[in-house]
Write a protein that binds this ligand. Structure first.
Ligand SMILES: *Cc1c(COP(=O)(O)O)cnc(C)c1O
Length: 353
């Protein structure tokens, strides 16, 4: 850190993203990307013609993408805002709905960025522990009088709450925004999008990174009442009006329109997840009931950190969090069936050592 850094930033611990090795030598099961290529429609949409148009700024209103998204989700265009990844939309939401005297409530085991953004923006964190079995008790969130963020399905556990449980939290906090981070909802969660017209305190955030093969394009959608979305636009247009680039706008629209490819790839992940869970359980692992594109698993026989290291040495990258309560667990992204077979073979070799 330089002597010029604002003292307010000295205490911020930045988020540590999962490793992104730039050679191709790993089976990469560590950052919940899709193992499948983007839809052929996406490849066609990002045409040379569009590349030539990079000379011009992108549409700050994202008109075409919003039209497509509105039809897709059964909303009005003014109930949706695209972001540069859902990370940006979540950041905008915290900027809009929290501050020094308006805390953010979230679980002790959840997406790591929430706490980082709170530090960065000096938002007090109200951390609410999950139960012993990593489930979330909705009653813990009733009447908090604080902004709330819940990842549903949660990361890194993969556990999901039914829509009715989130609805209970919405009803019990009518004067506060409840942000539902649905990064993994397409793999078996119940989306809260159908509740948007009934709860003006609901903000749903989805991403194209996990179920639509576009992690590298950086695209997410925030969805809620037109007035909440106007608040987010106030932040966006005060920071970076052209936050979504031209190629991503085209790619995102094509990905949303190709529902056949979307269904095919998400069904493949769900099938491979069920098979992999069974395989891990047959090997004595505890595996949570994941509704996401990863499994959260642990074994009595080896420490999480050790397993992570040994898998990496043998070319398989998974995610290990050196954090209280979960240091013995591994988060394993669901890849292709072939990748999961290699993962299991590698695991078997390590367990025999
Ligand atoms: C991956 C992830 C995000 C971020 O997604 P991007 O759209 O790639 O920024 C947000 N929340 C959760 C829970 C995630 O797992």
């Amino acid at each position: 850190m330089s002597k010029y850094l604002s003292p307010k930033l000295e205490t911020v611990t930045p988020y540590t993203p999962g490793e992104q090795p730039q050679d191709q030598q790993y089976i990469k099961l560590n950052t919940n990307e899709s193992p499948y290529l983007p839809s052929p429609a996406v490849v066609a949409a990002v045409s040379e013609h569009e590349v030539e148009k990079l000379r011009l700024y992108s549409d700050p209103a994202c008109t075409d993408l919003l039209k497509t998204a509105a039809v897709h989700f059964g909303l009005q265009p003014d109930q949706i805002m695209p972001g540069n990844g859902s990370d940006e939309n979540l950041f905008f939401a915290l900027r809009a709905f929290c501050d020094e005297t308006h805390p953010l409530a979230y679980a002790d085991i959840t997406y790591g960025c929430y706490s980082v953004w709170c530090e960065l923006m000096h938002i007090p964190s109200h951390i609410i522990p999950l139960k012993e079995d990593f489930t979330l008790d909705p009653a813990d969130y009733y009447g908090l009088n604080e902004t709330i963020v819940i990842a549903n399905p949660n990361a890194p556990t993969g556990l999901a709450l039914p829509r009715s449980a989130i609805e209970g939290i919405l009803k019990a906090n009518p004067d506060n925004v409840v942000i539902v981070d649905e990064a993994y909802v397409d793999f078996g969660g119940e989306s809260c999008v159908p509740l948007i017209d009934r709860y003006d305190n609901l903000l749903v955030v989805q991403t194209f990174s996990k179920s639509r093969q576009l992690a590298g394009a950086r695209l997410g959608l925030a969805m809620g009442s037109a007035s909440l979305i106007a608040d987010l636009n106030r932040v966006k247009f005060s920071l970076n009006p052209y936050n979504i680039n031209r190629l991503t706008l085209k790619a995102g629209q094509a990905a949303l329109e190709d529902t056949v490819y979307f269904e095919k790839t998400r069904a493949a992940i769900v099938d491979t997840r069920a098979w992999t869970k069974q395989q891990l359980e047959a090997r004595g692992f505890a595996v949570l009931d994941s509704r996401s594109n990863f499994l959260f698993a642990s074994t009595q026989e080896k420490k999480g950190g050790e397993l992570y290291q040994k898998l990496k040495k043998k070319g398989v990258l998974v995610r290990h969090f050196d954090a209280p309560r979960i240091e013995n667990w591994l988060r394993i992204t669901i890849g292709t069936p072939e990748q999961m077979q290699i993962f299991l073979n590698t695991l078997d070799k390590i367990m025999e050592e």
